[in-house]
Structures are given as C-alpha cells and as structure tokens.
Design a protein around this ligand. Structure first.
Ligand code: SIN
Ligand code: MN
Length: 267
C-alpha cells in the first residue's frame, strides 16, 4: 500500500495520519478474539493495571499466528518503509487493552523519549503504527494527539513510576499547555480495522476508560535497520534485539488466517 503525496505531506506537517477501515471487519475479528485469550493467559509479557485488568500484552507476534501475520502485513510495513526509505525491524509489539470500566490513563509523552532513554535508539527513525481492534469512540479512552508537536524534537521529561503500573517518561503540564496552544488536540476515532501512524516525537496520551466499551489497539513499533537500538535496558520481549529486516507477507494472509480461525471454531 502506497501513501499519496497528500498523505505524506500531512504526515510531515501534522505528525500523524489516519487510514480508516484499512482492514476489513473479517480480518480484525479473529485478532480481537485472540487478544481476549492472550489477556486471560498468565505470562510475564502481559502487564496489568493496578486494579488487575489487562493493560498491555507485549510480543504477541512471537507466539500467536494472527498477530505474527499482522506484524508483517504490507498495509502496515509498506507505508512506513515509504516514509523512512529503508527496511524495518520490529522494535516493539503490543496490544493495549484499555479495558472497559478499568482501563487506566497513559500520561502525556513522546514515544521516542522512552526509546532514546531506555533503549539507546540513536534517532527518531521509528514509528508506531496502530490497528484498531475495537471501535474507538471519543469516550472510551481514545488516543489524543497534539498535532505538529513532533517539530519540537525530544522534550525534557520526568520518569513517572507511580501514576500507573507502567513506567513512562512524561511531560509536564506547562509543556503540554504550550504545545496545545499551537497544535490543539486531534482524536482519531473509527471502526475496527482503522490504522493510525504517528511520528516518534508526536506528543500523545489517553484518559481512563470508564465506559462499558473496551478499546483494544495493536501497536507495531517499526524501526529502521540502521537505527537499531544501542543500549538496551529493558527485557528482550519489550525492546527487541532481533534486527532482522521484515519481509512483508501476502496482502490476503490475514483474511486466510481469519477463515481458518472461523473453520476451526465451527468444528
Ligand atoms: C501509548 O502511548 O504507548 C499507548 C497509549 C494508548 O494505548 O492509549
Ligand atoms: Mn506512546
């Protein structure tokens, strides 16, 4: 899948791009089902909120066939290769739950802040590309983005170890206020299958989900091969150290997986 010149321009100016319904309901239904099974498992890669609800499941592409296919899908790999002009490897892979009633906040932050400080990533030449597994509404803890904030580079941040169960390099209120005065806040919402990509220095966060609607989103963090991490401090399943270039799979591979999934469920 190739981005148009207009889309590339929007990414460069605003720092994000949303592709509604890039995957069909059939393609994502099997993944949504698999994600629930993954959250129910007892594995170190599954992190929980302080209240016990699932928060994020790391590295599901290493042990689940559907998520492995998604991690090599051309509709995700090709646009990021196009923007960076280089082959990519998987730096991080996570399925964020934002569970109904219990999903907690993600404070305002830049992803590259963590990749730089915790993983020793040389440049912000990595990108989060997200796939909505559930419908994302304005009220179930959607991702909030501050457009154009990526132009400020890597901003000073504090290491917040207490607000949630997840340590994060977060920005102070004054910085967020200034950035919002310029860029405002964008909230991409839409059906399962929507794809959102955003620059590593784009400031973003999300509030708690007190609604009865779960908001599962898969995030692939695709890093340029030449920009591989130099000083890893986190577990291998959080910040991967396999820098093998990703070869995209066939465009219909996820649909084939969904069909096999449905057949097995009917047997
Ligand atoms: C993140 O910023 O890494 C996750 C935010 C979210 O899933 O709401
Ligand atoms: Mn983030």
């Amino acid at each position: 899948m190739k981005l148009s010149d207009k889309q590339v321009k929007q990414f460069e100016t605003e720092g994000w791009l949303f592709l509604p319904e890039a995957f069909s309901p059939d393609e994502v239904a099997a993944l949504r089902h698999d994600a629930e099974g993954i959250y129910a498992a007892d594995r170190p890669e599954i992190w929980r909120e302080k209240n016990g609800a699932p928060r994020t499941a790391f590295a599901a592409h290493t042990y689940n066939e559907g998520f492995a296919i998604l991690g090599r899908h051309p509709r995700l790999i090709e646009p990021v290769e196009q923007l960076f002009g280089e082959k990519l490897y998987m730096h991080q892979y996570k399925i964020n739950a934002k569970a109904k009633f219990d999903g907690d906040v993600w404070q305002w932050h830049q992803d590259y802040g963590t990749w730089l400080r915790d993983d020793g990533m040389p440049e912000p030449r990595a990108m989060n590309i997200a796939v909505f597994l559930d419908e994302v509404f304005t009220y179930n803890g959607p991702l909030m983005l501050i457009p154009k904030s990526q132009h400020h580079g890597n901003l000073p941040a504090g290491h917040d170890l207490g607000t949630t169960s997840y340590p994060l390099w977060t920005l102070d209120n004054g910085t967020v206020e200034k950035l919002c005065a310029d860029g405002g806040i964008a909230v991409p919402v839409g059906k399962p299958g929507g794809v959102l990509m955003f620059h590593g220095n784009l400031v973003h966060g999300s509030s708690a989900n007190i609604t009865p609607y779960s908001r599962k989103i898969v995030y692939l963090t695709l890093n340029c091969i030449s920009n591989h991490i130099r000083k890893p401090t986190r577990a291998e399943w959080i910040a991967h150290q396999d820098f093998t270039p990703i070869e995209a799979c066939a465009d219909d591979a996820l649909l084939q997986y969904a069909h096999r999934h449905r057949q097995q469920a009917a047997e």
